[in-house]
Design a protein around this ligand. Structure first.
Ligand SMILES: [Zn+2]
Ligand SMILES: [Zn+2]
Length: 384
């Protein structure tokens, strides 16, 4: 048993060494929330070497899919029309310098996605762990594709690329204990594989290495949201932690956008029951006592001597934003709201409109983050 444990540690160390990357690369755990049981690796460009770390090294070319399955705590690996192998871990290494592959997962759902660079795999806690070692800029383009929203302007994509790169480097060691840098779901940043949008790829390469630093040259928390409703939130009003660069700003650019306004109504008795549970013990006879107006952003909902944080109402009632007014209309309590998201940092729909009006990425970033500097990652004081 102890020998098996040592053997396992040895293979993990071997894989860690093999998967160690330089500054221009990032290790991404793929399909992190899918719990895949098996998958199919296919070369889409170039040639790969497959190392099974048991003395076997195979060459893999196009049209030679490799099936990887979890088998008694190990991996079963088989190329089409060839004999199968059992191993503890494996690594695909690109040999031409321009190598890419697809990975099809059989787990909760069946998904095929496209990647470039190298790939490691090992079994862990009833699932397969896939780690892609990717060029940073290809990863950044993939994140912008997944998280960037419907904007279609180069300067907007450059803005999103710089935000995504800043976030990646700031949290580069978030998963270090797990032997990778980032996972591919929203716990880190959504990444569904390579970007197929040439404008996004151009934006990532055109801003290569650029990140946002505060006045002390530290990477900022590059928060963003869908639509601020005309005014962004200060970070202390949402997350209780003040940041000099995350201060409320009046945004004239997002009023006409998709997520500018929302409306939600509740039967009066449902509202009364919720507000009572939250500690309200004032008058109930006239629903207009619950009326509340936000012309500019406030922190608390107030009626009479009762108050509670707007962020609590937002999460309890699943509201699009904390920027809303309350009106008693007939038998209903109607919430008329503005914006979508927490409201801190960059407003995506405002940024899209700024880009459409001809502002460049520097002007957009300066507008939403106070007193920041756009600089190469080499100039950040706390390098990952
Ligand atoms: Zn993560
Ligand atoms: Zn806005």
């Amino acid at each position: 048993m102890r020998f098996m444990l040592r053997l396992k540690i040895f293979f993990i160390l071997l894989l860690t060494v093999f998967c160690s990357v330089g500054f221009a690369q990032v290790k991404i755990r793929l399909f992190a929330n899918q719990s895949p049981e098996s998958s199919v690796f296919s070369v889409t460009e170039g040639t790969y070497e497959l190392n099974l770390f048991n003395g076997e090294i195979l060459s893999v070319i196009k049209n030679e899919p490799v099936i990887i399955t979890r088998y008694n705590g190990k991996l079963a690996v088989k190329k089409r029309n060839a004999k199968g192998f059992i191993c503890d871990s494996l690594a695909f290494t690109g040999k031409t310098g321009n190598d890419s592959f697809s990975l099809m997962m059989n787990g909760k759902s069946r998904i095929r996605q496209y990647y470039s660079g190298d790939l490691c795999c090992l079994p862990d806690l009833g699932t397969l762990v896939f780690i892609n070692i990717s060029d940073v800029e290809k990863y950044i383009a993939g994140v912008v594709m997944a998280e960037g929203g419907p904007g279609k302007n180069l300067e907007y994509f450059k803005t999103q690329a710089i935000i995504a790169r800043t976030y990646m480097y700031k949290y580069f060691d978030k998963h270090l204990a797990d032997r990778y840098n980032v996972c591919d779901n929203t716990h880190c940043q959504a990444f569904n594989g390579l970007s197929s949008d040439t404008l996004i790829n151009k934006a990532a390469l055109g801003t290569r290495g650029l990140v946002i630093l505060d006045k002390d040259s530290t990477l900022i928390i590059s928060a963003f949201h869908s639509n601020c409703g005309g005014e962004t939130s200060s970070s202390e009003d949402v997350w209780l932690l003040p940041q000099p660069y995350l201060k409320s700003v009046v945004d004239p650019y997002c009023h006409a956008s998709r997520n500018a306004i929302w409306r939600k109504s509740f039967p009066v008795n449902e509202w009364v029951s919720y507000i009572r549970k939250s500690g309200y013990n004032g008058k109930m006879d006239d629903p207009s006592v619950f009326n509340f107006v936000q012309k500019s952003r406030l922190v608390d909902y107030k009626t009479g001597s009762f108050s509670m944080p707007l962020r609590s109402l937002r999460s309890d009632l699943n509201l699009r934003s904390t920027f809303f007014s309350v009106y008693a209309i007939g038998d209903s309590i109607v919430l008329k709201g503005r914006g979508y998201g927490h409201g801190v940092g960059l407003c995506q729909e405002g940024a899209m409109e700024m880009a459409a009006k001809g502002f460049n990425y520097k002007q957009i970033i300066d507008f939403y983050y106070f007193g920041v500097l756009i600089s190469d990652i080499k100039n950040a004081v706390a390098l990952p």
